[in-house]
Design a protein around this ligand. Structure first.
Ligand SMILES: C[S@@+](CC[C@H](N)C(=O)[O-])C[C@H]1O[C@@H](n2cnc3c(N)ncnc32)[C@H](O)[C@@H]1O
Length: 376
């Protein structure tokens, strides 16, 4: 049941979600700001800004991430940044406004950063905004939208698809699997209608009826991924699953973007939250255990590279990076060069041949632009 109080206790998986959000924004906001005159952060289900024991909520995390970044500390305008916090509940919207006032009293907010709390409902507020932009024949400024509902309602795919039509708009969406499974089988028409809108299809109904819970989850996630790819037309979609204390699936974070660099940065944020697989967090997991296991060598990427590129002669390093980023679960920035290619090159019988570009030092373990690699 979603909490009824204005603030509620934070769960460990929410903290993991916040970590992913913060790490992503920390790396991504400066990149976006260097290439654009204006950028936008939308917190579509903003919450009250603080949890019951004082932990910060996503709007405060996002704003502080920007204000704390050295690149943004100069009073000189770098790029306009607009924060929009949409919250349906009046008391939570008021609590958030109060939190933001307090934040502003502590950290002076430069003139080129603006924020607005909108006491309203995501789908209708976003539709108004998109209508206004489309009427002017414009596109959304590069936007990161965090769409973080409690359940299945109020998150229609058609609104997300409209946002995604703006090529520089990306969304991090909480897909609340648990609430779909818990309520989807109920007879009320309005519940069915909300879930139909979430998926923009009723195909979920036959999946929900499936007998095997694991298969049901996999298929439901695949259906939502398909809808984000085929209907919303996000070029890249990446997921991260959250499990509760009894290891039951709680929700899945879906990240949709059209930008390869954005995908790369998000993959790194997700791998930092789960050093074992980059895609799962469980409230039950002992974090220390994860780090210990991590010290073992993971040969998964090595095998995938061999399978993909063996017999293809020399392949450009850029093509190998693209493959790792777009077609594997690994991060090309974290796992490719030092963790996979370098050990393959240093084996007593090397598993790769490397040609480095002329003019660059021919040093084992380095793979600058222009390098080609043959998998043996
Ligand atoms: C999961 S909480 C958000 C938590 C917040 N994003 C964070 O990480 O700190 C969901 C919030 O969305 C609000 N909400 C529910 N339905 C909404 C809707 N249709 N549009 C906007 N806000 C909504 C709820 O009142 C609640 O505060």
């Amino acid at each position: 049941m979603p909490p009824r109080t204005t603030r509620w206790p934070i769960e460990p998986h929410t903290q993991a979600k916040h970590l992913i959000l913060e790490r992503y924004l920390k790396a991504w906001l400066p990149i976006m700001a260097s290439f654009n005159g204006r950028i936008v952060y939308i917190d579509a289900f903003a919450g009250p800004g603080r949890y019951s024991k004082g932990e910060e909520g996503s709007p405060i995390i996002a704003l502080k991430t920007l204000l704390g970044n050295p690149l943004f500390q100069s009073p000189k305008r770098r790029c306009d940044v607009g924060f929009f916090f949409i919250e349906e509940d009046q008391e939570r919207a008021a609590a958030l406004t109060e939190e933001l006032n307090q934040l502003e009293a502590q950290f002076p907010i430069p003139k080129w950063v603006s924020y607005e709390v909108i006491n309203g409902e995501f789908a209708s507020e976003m539709t108004k905004l998109l209508d206004a932009i489309e009427r002017r024949g414009k596109l959304l400024a590069p936007t990161f939208a965090f769409i973080d509902p409690f359940g299945y309602s109020g998150v229609p795919l058609d609104v997300i698809a409209r946002m995604a039509r703006n090529p520089s708009c990306e969304c991090l969406i909480t897909f609340v699997y648990e609430s779909i499974v818990r309520h989807g089988g109920k007879p009320e028409d309005w519940i069915q209608a909300h879930i139909d809108k979430l998926f923009d299809t009723n195909e979920w109904k036959s999946l929900l009826a499936g007998p095997d819970p694991k298969e049901r989850m996999v298929k439901m996630i695949e259906l939502y991924r398909k809808q984000l790819t085929d209907k919303a037309k996000f070029r890249f979609v990446r997921t991260f699953s959250m499990f509760d204390r009894s290891n039951q699936a709680e929700y899945v974070l879906f990240f949709g973007t059209n930008n390869r660099k954005g995908l790369s940065v998000m993959k790194q944020a997700m791998w930092k939250a789960d050093p074992l697989s980059g895609q799962i967090f469980s409230d039950k997991t002992d974090a220390g255990q994860m780090v210990l296991l991590q010290s073992g060598e993971d040969l998964g990427l090595r095998y995938q590279l061999q399978e993909k590129f063996r017999g293809q002669g020399f392949v450009a390093i850029g093509e190998i990076e693209r493959f790792v980023l777009e077609e594997t679960a690994y991060s090309e920035a974290m796992h490719l060069k030092q963790k996979t290619l370098a050990p393959m090159e240093r084996e007593s019988i090397p598993l790769i041949k490397v040609q480095r570009p002329l003019g660059k030092q021919n040093r084992k373990g380095t793979y600058p632009e222009g390098t080609t690699v043959m998998f043996l």
